[in-house]
Design a protein around this ligand. Structure first.
Ligand code: SF4
Ligand code: SF4
Ligand code: SF4
Ligand code: FES
Length: 943
């Protein structure tokens, strides 16, 4: 695809029931009332010159280049700020307008470096374009007077420069930061000639800027420009694909020059992001081609041996024969596989098929086990579908937004920007979180209520909110009567005095009056929506909490339309998809239980193999069985278990006990230290397939470059299956999607052709909904009636004690991503060089800890050391850290407790002690040495 330039209609679309008809240069056009003259003209095919206007921002009217004449009106109004009026006749090209525009351009150019030919934006500069469009032929004013040509350049940001001498003070950057991103980092300082863009009087790097790139995108000149464009030159072609980081699933144009990726530009037609991005997707893609990547397969007999680089055929036949050997010795159920939420739907599908059809068992699980498995369970029990109810756009209709156990500005930044826009418009916010996340108070946003609960007491809080709704008569009885079942029993339970805010206050730490006020706000809103994250699911009562939220939404009628719903903010890019694709040991693709004979028959028919009717092993069962000696070999797709799973010592003991560990990944990760086969994986830039985001949106992932390893991951799984004696072959991933569609009713209408035509679709996509389903449960619940489930609060067994008096909870930071394998290999480390422990001033003082001191963090599972940050973001008794750096290994301290229904680990509650320390612990020092050793091996392998 050549470089794709998206049309810019100048001002945003207007939604209106009424239309008006106007004439532009004699061309009739009908548009929604309120549309600008500029946009109406553009829609009729006439581009009016412009500089300060762009259709992603509200019109501002500062450059005056877009002047037009309107019959019967004096003067020359700016077309970007003038709305159309029925019958209006507009002229956009007259000698008077031409002269005025040339005069304006002349002034701009007289204060602009005339280095177009050597400028990095040559060919992609609106100032340059407009000079041509208005027919500028001369500039009468010289450079002798005052000008800005010596204004200094700010290069502090690792990804973009701010070359102030080229700024035309159009304020598009300022407005992008305010309106799109919602960070308000920029202002125009001074007036008239003195006016200039300022990042709060400091460098971009030191300012509030979060490097989302919206200002760079909006800038019409080379003032704000990606460093990669300056270094590599303007891209010449683009490919539309999907970000590989979080569950928002932003669409991007990968822009290349030859075969070199120059930049990732957020795609305006992307359903999830509509042209916005965050620092990770926009800039942190360098890991994909990082020198640490291992590009050749490697094998070794024992984990004490050095790796041996081999060709693909050797690696595949070695893997297959070892797997068979283990099965012959220890039984069919002695091997299994784990799929990854970082890979495509097609790649996940083939791995679970390999396990079920070639391995001959159901021992397949997914990394979603450790994050959102309670979402799948809880929403299936109550609504009938293991997925969120809304599309992201829906938040624009919410009047009350409740954010529980999620930190969207860090974890799901592009969705957070949408949410913040709605909050600035007046929607009310309730935050339920042990920590004061940024949303609680940020520019122009102030939460009505921050319920700062004790970690581990979510269910108590949601029950108390439902108690208020039921006992104060705030439920939506007609919704309940028509659409739900089990209400009476649930209402009787929830109205019990022990569920009242007053009874729960000593447990949750949330003042009853505050909780009552928050519950009333939610229950009485026209539209109230709940958004939640891993702070809900990663608890011993994760599934209970998901059902508790679903109960509350049903009782108050907040399901089945725009602006409401229960919305999981998924962690990884394809966590929804990896669950949809049948990665759980008890479910075939489309969440159908393996015990269902009819369902199994459909798969058996097509696959030509018998599928076991008994569920296989979950990840924690695999570990236990490995330690017992009955589970002996594991195929691990793109998942760093040794770092990401709880209770690291237990995990590593299990990995060490196995005869064969096969790791497929980009890098020699922590788990690879225990592997016998390393199969190099492909980055998202090499993949061809689909990801499914948190709103069930299936997006295409298109290959930007050929696999550097010489093989796609789906091919590797097929070839292993083949070598084990099960014929499995596809010529292209589109055939895999066709098979998924043929076997999975919710995907029946999905195909690559349709995705290419529509851009994306949200499942269910089938005959009933050929173009997908943005909002679920509109006319009825998928399971028929919505099902109320009583949700008794059971405190976790993990309690603070005299030995471990503090509770540790964990989370993510904007610039880093999960275990950091990707982001630590980019310039994003500039924002977060290490994990730090947040501790309340009171707890720090008691322990003699000062800001920046090294501290020991110990639990009954293990200990680590990191530096302290003293802050009142956390309440007394609670400490918090991120888990992005393997040197810290927060999971060394997390315990084996897990969700009762799904085994999702209880990462969010660990009783710990914090004490002063001299520096890293012994194992951390050892780790640093080992890591250096691994890097050397990777380098050798890469060569
Ligand atoms: S990069 Fe984003 S946050 Fe930073 S100044 Fe630009 S728009 Fe604002
Ligand atoms: S930096 Fe770019 S967008 Fe911002 S005011 Fe200057 S020219 Fe306009
Ligand atoms: S919000 Fe998520 S999907 Fe979008 S660019 Fe950022 S990391 Fe990528
Ligand atoms: S584009 Fe209308 S005033 Fe600048």
């Amino acid at each position: 695809m050549s470089l794709l330039k998206e049309p810019d209609l100048g001002t945003p679309a207007v939604v209106s029931q009424t239309t008006v008809s106007v004439e532009v240069d004699g061309h009739p056009v009908t548009v929604p009332a309120g549309t600008s003259v500029m946009r109406a003209a553009a829609l009729s095919g006439i581009d009016i010159p412009k500089l300060c206007a762009t259709d992603s921002l509200e019109a501002f009217g500062s450059c005056r280049l877009c002047l037009v004449e309107v019959d019967g009106k004096p003067g020359t109004p700016a077309s970007c700020t003038t709305p159309v009026v029925d019958g209006m006749k507009v002229r956009t090209q007259t000698p008077r307008l031409e002269k005025l525009r040339q005069g304006i351009m002349e002034l701009y150019i007289s204060d602009h470096p005339l280095d177009c030919l050597t400028c990095s934006a040559n060919g992609d500069c609106e100032l340059q374009d407009m000079s041509g469009v208005v027919g500028l032929r001369q500039v009468r004013y010289g450079y002798d007077g005052d000008n800005h040509l010596d204004a200094p350049t700010d290069s502090s940001n690792p990804y973009f420069d701010f070359e102030a001498s080229k700024c035309i003070a159009c304020s598009r950057c300022v407005r992008a930061c305010d309106e799109i991103q919602g960070t308000f980092a920029l202002t125009i300082e001074g007036r008239g000639f003195e006016s200039k863009v300022s990042a709060g009087g400091m460098s971009f790097m030191d300012s509030e800027c979060v490097s989302c790139g919206a200002c760079v995108q909006a800038c019409p000149t080379a003032t704000l420009q990606e460093k990669s464009v300056v270094q590599l030159g303007m891209p010449t072609r683009s490919v539309i694909t999907t970000c590989a980081y979080c569950g928002v699933g932003c669409s991007f144009k990968a822009e290349l020059r030859g075969d070199e990726l120059v930049r990732m530009v957020p795609y305006k037609d992307g359903g999830a992001n509509e042209g916005h991005s965050c620092v990770k997707g926009r800039f942190a893609f360098g890991y994909a081609t990082h020198r640490d990547r291992v590009l050749s397969p490697m094998i070794r007999e024992s984990i004490a041996d050095e790796w041996r680089v081999v060709d693909w055929d050797t690696a595949i036949s070695y893997t297959a024969s070892k797997l068979r050997e283990v099965q012959e010795r220890y039984g069919v159920g002695s091997i299994g596989g784990i799929t990854s939420s970082r890979t495509t739907n097609e790649e996940v599908y083939v791995v679970q098929k390999m396990v079920r059809a070639a391995f001959g068992n159901n021992n397949v699980d997914t990394c979603a086990r450790v994050c959102h498995s309670p979402t799948g369970y809880g929403l299936k029990q109550t609504f009938g579908t293991s997925a969120g109810t809304q599309d992201f756009k829906s938040v624009a209709q919410a009047d009350v937004i409740v954010v529980i156990g999620a930190n969207p500005t860090d974890g799901h930044p592009v969705f957070a920007s949408r949410m913040k826009r709605r909050l600035r418009e007046g929607a009310k916010l309730v935050v339920v979180d042990p920590r004061r996340i940024d949303l609680v108070r940020s520019p122009h946003i102030q939460a009505e209520h921050h319920l700062q609960l004790a970690p581990g007491t979510n269910v108590a809080v949601v029950n108390a909110m439902a108690h208020v709704a039921v006992t104060e008569g705030l439920t939506d009885q007609s919704f309940v009567d028509e659409r739900c079942e089990g209400y009476d029993e649930w209402a009787e339970f929830i109205a019990l005095p022990e569920n009242s805010p007053e009874a729960m206050e000593p447990i949750t730490g949330v003042p009853a009056t505050e909780l009552r006020a928050a519950a009333r706000l939610y229950a009485t809103a026209r539209n109230a929506a709940i958004y939640y994250g891993l702070g809900v699911t990663e608890h011993s009562q994760g599934s209970t909490m998901v059902m508790g939220m679903a109960n509350l939404a049903m009782a108050t009628g907040n399901i089945g339309r725009d602006g409401v719903g229960i919305n999981p903010l998924r962690g990884q890019n394809n966590v929804q998809g990896s669950c949809d694709m049948g990665s759980f040991p008890h479910e075939l693709p489309g969440y159908r239980h393996v015990s269902d004979d009819a369902v199994r028959a459909v798969f058996e028919n097509l696959w030509g193999r018998t599928i076991l009717s008994e569920p296989g092993l979950r990840i924690p069962n695999m570990f236990d069985a490995a330690i017992d000696g009955s589970f002996r070999a594991l195929f691990l797709q793109g998942e760093d278990l040794a770092q990401s799973d709880p209770n690291t010592q237990h995990v590593t003991a299990a990995l060490t006990a196995m005869d064969l560990v096969v790791v497929q990944d980009l890098f020699l990760n922590e788990t690879a230290k225990f592997a016998h086969v390393f199969l190099p994986g492909t980055s998202f830039l090499e993949k061809d397939g689909t990801f499914t985001n948190a709103e069930r949106r299936i997006n295409r992932v298109r290959p930007v470059m050929a696999p550097a390893t010489g093989k796609h991951e789906w091919q590797v799984a097929c070839e292993i299956a083949q070598a084990m004696g099960y014929p499995m072959h596809y010529d292209h991933p589109r055939e895999i999607m066709d098979e998924i569609a043929a076997l999975t009713p919710t995907f029946a209408g999905v195909s690559f052709d349709k995705l290419d035509r529509l851009g994306s679709v949200q499942w269910p996509c089938n005959d009933k909904a050929p173009e997908g389903t943005p909002i679920m449960h509109v006319d009825g619940f998928v399971r028929g009636k919505g099902h109320f489930v009583p949700t008794t609060f059971v405190p976790t067994d993990e309690r603070s004690t005299r030995k471990y008096p503090l509770i540790l909870t964990t989370g993510r930071i904007l610039s880093q991503y999960n275990v950091g394998a990707q982001t630590r290999r980019t310039a994003n480390v500039m924002w977060h060089e290490e994990d730090m422990l947040e501790i309340h001033p009171h707890d720090a003082e008691q322990r003699g800890v000062r800001d920046g001191d090294w501290v020991k963090l110990d639990s009954r599972s293990g200990g680590t050391a990191l530096r302290a940050r003293i802050t009142d973001r956390v309440a007394p008794g609670v400490v918090y850290t991120t888990f992005h750096h393997p040197e810290t290994q927060a999971n060394v301290v997390t315990t084996e407790f897990s969700d009762w229904a799904t085994n999702c680990p209880e990462y969010k509650v660990t009783a710990v002690q914090v004490s002063p320390s001299n520096g890293p612990s012994d194992w951390q020092r050892e780790y640093a040495e080992q890591a250096e050793h691994s890097r050397r091996i990777a380098k050798v392998a890469a060569e």
